[in-house]
Design a protein around this ligand. Structure first.
Ligand code: NAD
Ligand code: UD1
Length: 340
């Protein structure tokens, strides 16, 4: 089966590519390297021994999409290409809406033109805004997003629903990811955030390697077990594997709109993350408690039982695996990390 993957060299795209190649799928990939590096393609080959048929270009460019759909017999599309930095999206809303919404319209128009109607789309738990309680099921109301990044995901979900209403032969799977962390166990691919990371796990990792002096824990006065924020961290390889289940689901369906949360169903606090990281890797992570980060919520974790039941998918990696693999990748790629 030929799967076209946009954003193929990014964090989730690269790990998903490894799992798909190892399972025998052919991959045609697109990336403009706005947030990744060409060398990731060699790394994917190093792990799998297989090549991706790669096109460098922008998903906003209908000419390159035409070329890809003309030159390849594409069965299904997985769309990862997007900008994803929440703070940056507040500063550059137009860029985010163009890159995250207009590009999807370009993609959908092309898919329609070539009669390819199978799509897996990367959405986010952020579409739930501030949930009233946890765990969050797919039936929870979505909306009240607090930044342009989140709103861009909400808009695309709306577009996909309208598209399916207009033509029930579209076969669409929306995955709402919770907090993907960690790296491939080889340490060859992982997460390489640009600049100072906004997210917890990359920040902890950089403190552990000595690249950053201290972690600021944003608030210890939440109504949680130890007062710090709780999130549903999911190992990137477990998340990547879910895309194989998604492909199988779409391949067995003649049309549908399927929405799934992808998390572990278990939340961990910031201090639990710090403690687990220190213990597993036998390394010190200096931290200090500071005030809450604006826009943060106390807790957010998934009810992923729908994906468990309908897709036959479940996570197998532990919190220890997440911490171990994140650190392993950072140590093995220390020079790369430092250049950022
Ligand atoms: P990433 O930035 O590592 O990967 C995205 C890739 O897309 C990058 O390689 C980038 O160069 C490429 N890209 C961006 N715009 C492009 C364009 N117009 N044309 C071609 N290539 C383009 O991000 P990721 O963490 O791998 O996320 C993948 C998807 O999952 C995104 O849609 C993101 O919003 C979504 N998501 C991510 C998370 C997370 O925490 N990582 C959580 C929820 C949802
Ligand atoms: C982030 C995104 C959100 C996305 C989600 C899943 C932001 C602001 N939000 O949210 O849109 O859907 O990831 O990918 O980026 N923390 C600290 N110190 C730090 C960093 C984080 O204490 O230096 C705390 C936070 O307050 C939070 C937890 O760690 O309680 C997790 O934070 P983060 O990794 O940024 O993820 P989310 O807040 O869930």
């Amino acid at each position: 089966m030929n799967i076209f993957i946009t954003g193929v060299t990014g964090y989730i795209g690269s790990h998903t590519s490894v799992e798909l190649l190892n399972s025998g799928y052919n991959i045609i990939g697109l990336d403009n390297f706005s947030n990744s590096k060409r060398e990731v393609l060699d790394k994917i080959k190093e792990i799998t021994g297989k090549d991706i048929k790669f096109y460098e270009g922008d998903m906003l460019d209908s000419n390159i999409l035409d070329k890809i759909f003309t030159e390849n017999n594409i069965d299904m599309v997985i769309d990862f290409a997007a900008f994803k930095a929440v703070g940056d999206s507040v500063q550059r809303p137009i860029d985010y809406y163009i890159n995250n919404v207009s590009s999807v319209l370009t993609l959908l128009k092309t898919m329609k033109k070539y009669n390819v109607k199978n799509l897996i789309f990367s959405s986010s738990a952020t579409v739930y805004g501030t949930p009233e309680y946890c765990p969050i099921t797919e039936e929870f109301p979505i909306g009240n997003t607090t930044n342009p990044y989140g709103t861009s995901k909400l808009y695309v979900e709306g577009i996909l629903k309208d598209l399916y209403t207009s033509d029930n032969s579209w076969n669409i799977c929306i995955f709402r990811y919770f907090n993907p962390v960690g790296a491939h166990e080889s340490g060859i691919i992982g997460e390489d955030p640009n600049g100072i990371p906004a997210n917890l796990m990359p920040f902890i990792t950089k403190v552990a390697t000595g690249e950053l002096p201290i972690l600021s824990v944003f608030g210890n006065d939440y109504d949680t077990s130890d007062g710090t924020g709780i999130r549903d961290y999911i190992h990137i390889v477990d998340l990547a594997k879910a895309h194989i289940n998604g492909i199988k689901k779409l391949a067995s369906s003649n049309g549908g709109l399927f929405i799934y949360n992808l998390g572990t169903g278990k939340g961990y606090s910031v201090l639990e993350m710090v403690n687990a990281f220190q213990k597993v890797n036998n390394v010190k992570v200096n931290y200090k408690i500071v005030g809450r980060r604006e826009g943060d919520i106390a807790e957010c974790y998934a009810d992923s039982s729908k994906a468990n039941k309908e897709l036959g998918w479940k996570t197998s990696k532990t919190l220890e695996d997440m911490c171990k693999d994140a650190y392993n990748y950072a140590i093995k790629n220390k020079d790369n990390f430092k250049n950022k």
